[in-house]
Design a protein. Structure first.
Length: 330
């Protein structure tokens, strides 16, 4: 039984009607490959001076890049490898099974593929994902190894994300318990991505350009590469580092920091030869949490996570794409 989603059948009409279109996504040019600012979290346990330097470096990266990579992050390699093996196993299941509405007993639409609302080449994506809201994890079969591995990973990732969010808050005067009060291990989600080899890498993306809807994201990726971010108006490729996790600022931290930290547009380019895997942990508050700039005058209206999500759903339906924070500018 075939494991691949029917990308070609789904996209055939768009591909054919765009065959002569001049405006193709710009995925074919050469890209600079850059190393993200590297933060060694072991420095937090050295003297006061090293600790302060480390926190400042993290803040500076969040201001200038919106992205950084962390080493000595406390998530064991063995656990990351196990998560990847479980991820491979789940995506190797037949497409018909993955697309069943109660796949793994999770909510509908936990398994996603391509961009169901794509209307043009600009928003075609060649990837599949399992998007798990961590409050749903208890619905999964208890004896499932995927479930226990995700639970183990989510606990570590939540601890790490909260620490990172708190260190970043120190530079801005946000109160120390802000994240503890508004986020819980079950308010976040884990998105496991698989990018199968794509026969049309110059025509579409692995994931279309977007910003993340959360405070911050922790990404574990393999060594294939393909993640790119927008920097000074140009797309640059992130060089994979086998020892590091990638961290990026999401829309909520940009709003909370009043635009000081940047939620940067990123994408994944499609690869003709090699399959790629990544897992993104989205550190989110509860739905009721109201996000308000930490300094005045505010750039953004205050909004709840629920309102933000509803706005995205409306925009995605209308345009095939989320609009995001610019909707909430004052
Ligand atoms: O695959 C990656 O490296 C990034 C994935 C991503 O941006 C996302 O899932 O939001
Ligand atoms: Fe993302």
């Amino acid at each position: 039984m075939a494991i691949e989603p029917p990308f070609f059948e789904k996209y055939k009409a768009i591909l054919q009607s765009s065959a002569n279109e001049k405006e193709k996504p710009s995925t074919v040019e050469g890209f600079d490959e850059l190393e993200l600012p590297l933060i060694d979290l072991s420095h937090l346990n050295l003297g006061q001076l090293e600790r302060q330097e480390c926190i400042e470096k993290m803040g500076q990266a969040a201001i200038e890049w919106g992205f950084f990579q962390i080493v000595n992050h406390g998530v064991p390699d063995e656990l990351l490898n196990r998560l990847k093996q479980e991820q491979i196993k789940v995506f190797q299941q037949p497409f018909d099974k993955k697309s069943e509405s109660n796949f793994l007993n999770l909510s509908v639409q936990s398994y996603r593929w391509g961009n169901p609302l794509a209307t043009s080449l600009r928003n075609l994506s060649w990837s599949e994902a399992l998007h798990i809201s961590l409050k749903d994890i208890s619905k999964m079969d208890e004896y499932n190894k995927l479930r226990s591995t995700i639970e183990e990973y989510a606990e570590k990732a939540n601890f790490l994300a909260q620490r990172l969010a708190e260190y970043l808050a120190q530079n801005l005067g946000i109160k120390a318990n802000y994240f503890q009060e508004n986020c819980s291990p079950s308010s976040s989600s884990l998105r496991m991505n698989r990018y199968p080899p794509c026969p049309y890498p110059s025509m579409m993306f692995g994931i279309i350009p977007h910003t993340d809807t959360d405070f911050l994201t922790i990404v574990s990726q393999d060594q294939v590469g393909g993640l790119q971010l927008k920097r000074n108006g140009r797309w640059v490729s992130v060089k994979p580092n086998p020892k590091a996790l990638v961290v990026n600022i999401g829309d909520f931290y940009q709003a909370l920091s009043n635009g000081v930290y940047k939620s940067i547009t990123h994408r994944v380019i499609a690869n003709q030869e090699t399959e790629r895997y990544s897992a993104a942990y989205f550190y989110c508050p509860t739905y009721e949490t109201v996000i308000e700039s930490c300094s005045k005058p505010s750039l953004y209206k205050k909004f709840s996570f629920k309102e933000y999500r509803e706005q995205i759903q409306k925009d995605v339906k209308a345009t095939g794409d989320k609009v995001g924070l610019s909707r909430f500018l004052l």
